[in-house]
Write a protein that binds this ligand. Structure first.
Ligand code: SF4
Length: 323
């Protein structure tokens, strides 16, 4: 099958060639790159202001020397994914909702990713086919929502995704399909006609939780992809991670909420940093985060204020951090 443009972009990103500038940047650290492969999409390469060493997008994708610090207080599995795994690629933490690790790849590797040490080789569903996951979902009628995550589920081909969703549609207690994806923003060409055609026909409720940390990520091309998602009937939400040097000010977060709203995306979560090994330099200490959030509260109408939360292993819901 001939590659279309998003497949070519993904191939370029995954081969480490999404940017000709990243590995020439003075902050690029080859030892950090060996710890977690640098992956950046051509779209993000264009969005970065390469004249600014403190560019908030650059910081999210460049392997930096700070990653070589592996403090013992950090963890390879900070949110307890391993303990919550019920079948290959099936993570069941919360009532009624189950997360499928649908893919082990992303169009960008975010240096702060809480799954940067995740054993995708053994732990994602399509590699072992979907059957174990489908059996698990079919066998528990309290499950009403399936979350496709990863990695990024939109790295999968449409026919692979469609093969899965057709089986989900046949399980009568499943009502909602949720995608967790960064791709509509970092690789907007993915939301093409073929994607539109099959997702429009889905009979399940459709939710897309995007992952956008900074207003600068929202290019016109991303805006177009988001509009296509809306037209296909997706409810659009966003989750961000509070990250030092990226969005650690009330101003930056308020700008993000307003930018999201212009695209009809509702701010959903602001995650306190998940304390993953080799990424501690992204952490905003909780007392400082508290001050930022209080200021943010004053800047935004309530409906644009994301919930500031932390995922604590073993808890039955995310823990709200604001009083
Ligand atoms: S896109 Fe999501 S899963 Fe992939 S590296 Fe970034 S944060 Fe992690």
């Amino acid at each position: 099958m001939a590659s279309n443009s998003w497949q070519q972009s993904l191939k370029t990103a995954l081969s480490g060639k999404g940017s000709e500038r990243l590995d020439k940047h003075p902050q690029y650290n080859p030892d950090a790159a060996r710890l977690f492969a640098p992956v950046i999409s051509p779209q993000m390469d264009q969005q970065i202001d390469w004249t600014d060493d403190n560019d908030p997008l650059l910081r999210q994708f460049i392997p930096a020397k700070d990653e070589l610090i592996d403090a013992t207080s950090l963890s390879h599995d900070p949110v307890g994914d391993v303990a919550a795994t019920q079948a290959t690629g099936v993570i069941h933490k919360y009532h009624g909702r189950v997360l499928l690790i649908a893919s082990g790849s992303c169009a960008v590797n975010c240096r702060y990713c809480f799954r940067r040490h995740f054993a995708y080789g053994q732990q994602y569903a399509p590699r072992h086919n979907w059957q174990a996951a489908i059996n698990y979902l079919a066998g528990d009628n309290s499950i009403h929502e399936v979350i496709l995550s990863g990695g990024d589920p939109l790295t999968l081909q449409d026919d692979t995704l469609q093969g899965l969703t057709t089986q989900l549609e046949d399980i009568h207690h499943i009502k909602t399909l949720r995608f967790h994806s960064r791709i509509p923003v970092v690789m907007p060409e993915r939301i093409d006609q073929s994607w539109q055609q099959w997702t429009r026909k889905l009979s399940l409720n459709k939710v897309m939780v995007l992952h956008i940390n900074h207003a600068g990520e929202l290019s016109p091309a991303a805006g177009h992809a988001i509009a296509q998602l809306r037209q296909a009937g997706f409810t659009l939400l966003n989750q961000s991670v509070l990250l030092k040097g990226v969005n650690d000010s009330a101003q930056a977060l308020a700008e993000l909420s307003h930018a999201l709203f212009r695209h009809r995306i509702m701010p959903y979560y602001l995650h306190q940093f998940d304390r993953v090994s080799n990424a501690g330099h992204f952490e905003v200490p909780q007392n400082q985060a508290h001050d930022i959030y209080q200021q943010l509260r004053q800047l935004l109408p309530g409906y644009l204020l994301p919930k500031w939360v932390q995922e604590i292993p073993g808890e039955l819901a995310k823990t709200p951090l604001s009083g």
